[in-house]
Design a protein around this ligand. Structure first.
Ligand code: F6R
Ligand code: MG
Ligand code: MG
Length: 378
């Protein structure tokens, strides 16, 4: 691949992820998958395609964090990610008979952009500020709408983000770009003035998903999230679209701590077992990013970095600050365990199980179809 630095000095941060098979069910990525993904990334770094990278996993999802100069939706970068996932599938997942090998690669051939082909994507092209702290979030066993509530709190709720009141640079509020994933449309809503309209939409987490957030006063991009809904693309159940998100922090944006505190309340999200249940989103350290009990509870990790001329500055080379690896989040995890127990005691009864529209893409309709002829008209 050829290095093209022509798009200027802007830095692009791309997180592209896919479930291409895992160990012991939909549980955790295999170490050999990580090793191969790292070697693909290292090759791309050496030939100048990317500036830096970090390969990590959240449950059964292989996550590629890359920095480069090619901008968003770039063919070279998307092809690099696609080929990495293909390689991992063909050279590790299939030979080891890992579970659901290649699950999220919905096509055999690359079409120029991984969006719509299975993998999840969050990318932002930015002019690096004097100092550029970011937090990368990845969740497993849930869907993109899981980030709606924390994003609302981070950028619109003054009880979460003191800076909205105290910092003049944030006092003008933030604008949310919300995507309607059913109709493939977006709408921009400014907070606080249009807060009630915003909530009217994003409270419906399966349909209206926050794609981007900007600072209203100057349009500074503050966060981007993945919005794919695989089931809508494939027309059948292919798992939940475990989301990723990049949030810029500090100096006129919410502080890292204001961003993280939004995850201190383990809110209920759709996903969990068979993508068909509500469970609390548990903030965990990277080492605990693997779902067990009832294939859950759903988990979220937070990786802290500073971007410096495109380099990923973490705590040890490109190793991130593992931000939920902190006893301060123990309480949230305890609540999540209690809520898991409470929800599971409902068994297969709503509201522990998702409503019928959400189950449309699972195998439940096949079961119901079988019963249809047995209904007698009254
Ligand atoms: C949820 C998920 C798992 C599976 C479950 C059944 O997103 O991936 O909960 O749905 O383990 O998997 P299969 O049908 O592959 O046996
Ligand atoms: Mg899986
Ligand atoms: Mg997953």
């Amino acid at each position: 691949m050829v290095c093209d630095l022509s798009s200027g000095s802007k830095t692009t941060v791309s997180v592209i992820k896919a479930d291409v098979g895992s160990v012991a069910g939909h549980h955790v990525v295999h170490p050999e998958q990580m090793v191969l993904a790292r070697s693909c990334m290292e090759k791309a770094k050496k030939n100048g395609t990317i500036i830096d990278y970090h390969v990590f996993s959240c449950g059964d999802d292989l996550e590629l964090l890359m920095t480069h100069r090619h901008g968003e939706n770039n063919r070279t970068i998307h092809e690099l990610a696609w080929n990495t996932f293909r390689d991992v599938t063909d050279k590790v997942s299939k030979p080891l008979k890992l579970y659901a090998a290649g699950q999220d690669l919905l096509s055999d051939t690359f079409s120029g952009n991984v969006k719509g082909m299975g993998p999840g994507v969050a990318e932002m092209e930015i002019d690096e500020r004097k100092s550029e702290p970011i937090v990368v979030f990845a969740a497993d066993k849930t869907e993109p709408g899981a980030f709606n509530l924390p994003l609302f709190k981070i950028f619109a709720d003054p009880h979460n983000t003191a800076g909205l009141i105290i910092d003049p640079a944030m006092h003008g509020g933030f604008t949310y770009r919300v995507m309607d994933v059913l109709e493939n449309k977006v709408v921009d809503l400014a907070c606080p003035s249009e807060m009630y309209d915003l909530i009217a939409l994003i409270g419906t987490t399966g349909r209206y998903i926050i794609e981007e957030v900007f600072r209203t006063s100057d349009g500074l991009l503050a966060s981007v999230s993945s919005t794919t809904r695989l089931n809508l693309i494939a027309g059948r159940y292919v798992g939940k679209d475990d989301p990723v998100m990049i949030v810029r922090t500090q100096h006129g944006l919410p502080a890292t701590g204001e961003v993280l505190v939004a995850f201190g309340f383990p809110h209920l999200v759709a996903g969990f077992m068979r993508g068909s249940h509500y469970g609390p989103l548990m903030p965990v350290a990277l080492k605990n990013a693997k779902c067990t009990l009832f294939d859950g509870p759903p988990r979220v990790v937070a990786l802290g970095y500073n971007i410096c001329e495109g380099r990923l500055v973490g705590v040890h080379g490109s190793d991130p600050a593992d931000l939920f690896d902190d006893p301060a989040f123990d309480h949230a995890r305890t609540i999540a365990n209690t809520v898991t127990d409470y929800m599971r005691r409902h068994g297969e009864f709503m509201p522990a199980r998702l409503g019928p529209e959400e189950l449309e893409y699972t195998t439940l309709p096949q079961v119901l179809e079988k019963l249809r002829p047995r209904f007698k008209k009254l």
